[in-house]
Write a protein of this length. Structure first.
Length: 228
């Protein structure tokens, strides 16, 4: 049986990177493109807040084309769903059979994705769903996945964590109330090294800014990608 041609929802963070790594080990699926929403006002990846040029470096390193969905700012739910519906139609026209997501345990988000894909002809796939997040975080770090924290909720995590590397020290320093993978929105990240990349991406954390109640860490590429 031919593997299902799959579009991967790519936030650029550690969870979507790990989802790609997991899917590439599963003969049932072949990831043929990445899908990312970009805030067209700021030129940054939606929610995670890192620069679009870093997204392009990720796509090059994982060796996949990237479908960018430009979102207005602010973006209504209607505008978001309209753009996503157009992408689903494009995917079906191009022979895709599935859309994969890096969700971990939030049932409402999973249910929403399943509902929105119903009737499109695209199967929703959740390759890392249900793995205990403490176990998952340790597995990521042990496998060499590295990421920088690009956004956090200062009500849940001190601002000093923004810009830090997602590694064993980071996990050890997290407050007990914070999910090790930040699945409840405590933090978001930019993945720059790991088994899913052909080359690591050198980035530097320059400064933090606070906007709309969240802290964002700005990352800039320090030079061209280097072989791992």
């Amino acid at each position: 049986m031919q593997p299902k041609k799959t579009l991967l929802s790519w936030s650029g963070g550690k969870d979507s990177a790990w989802a790609l790594h997991t899917l590439r080990q599963n003969p049932e699926y072949t990831v043929a493109a990445l899908l990312t929403t970009v805030n067209e006002h700021f030129g940054r990846v939606a929610i995670h807040g890192f620069r679009e040029e870093l997204l392009d470096l990720q796509a090059t390193s994982v060796g996949l084309p990237i479908w960018k969905i430009p979102l207005p700012y602010p973006c209504s739910n209607e505008a978001y769903e309209s753009r996503m519906a157009a992408v689903c139609a494009r995917a079906v026209n191009e022979g895709f059979e599935a859309v994969a997501f890096g969700d971990l345990f939030l049932e409402d988000i999973r249910a929403y994705r399943i509902e929105r894909l119903a009737g499109t002809g695209l199967e929703p796939v959740f390759p890392v769903w249900g793995i205990p997040t403490d176990q998952l975080a340790r597995a990521m770090v042990a496998a060499g996945l590295r990421a920088r924290i690009t956004c956090l909720d200062p009500r849940k995590l001190p601002s000093s964590f923004c810009g830090r590397v997602f590694d064993a020290d980071f996990l050890a320093d997290l407050p007990p109330s914070v999910d090790p993978c930040g699945e409840r929105g405590e933090f978001h990240s930019f993945a720059y090294a790991g088994p899913m990349f052909s080359q690591s991406i050198r980035v530097e954390h320059t400064h933090n800014v606070e906007r709309e109640g969240f802290v964002y860490g700005d990352l800039v590429p320090t030079d061209t990608a280097v072989s791992q």
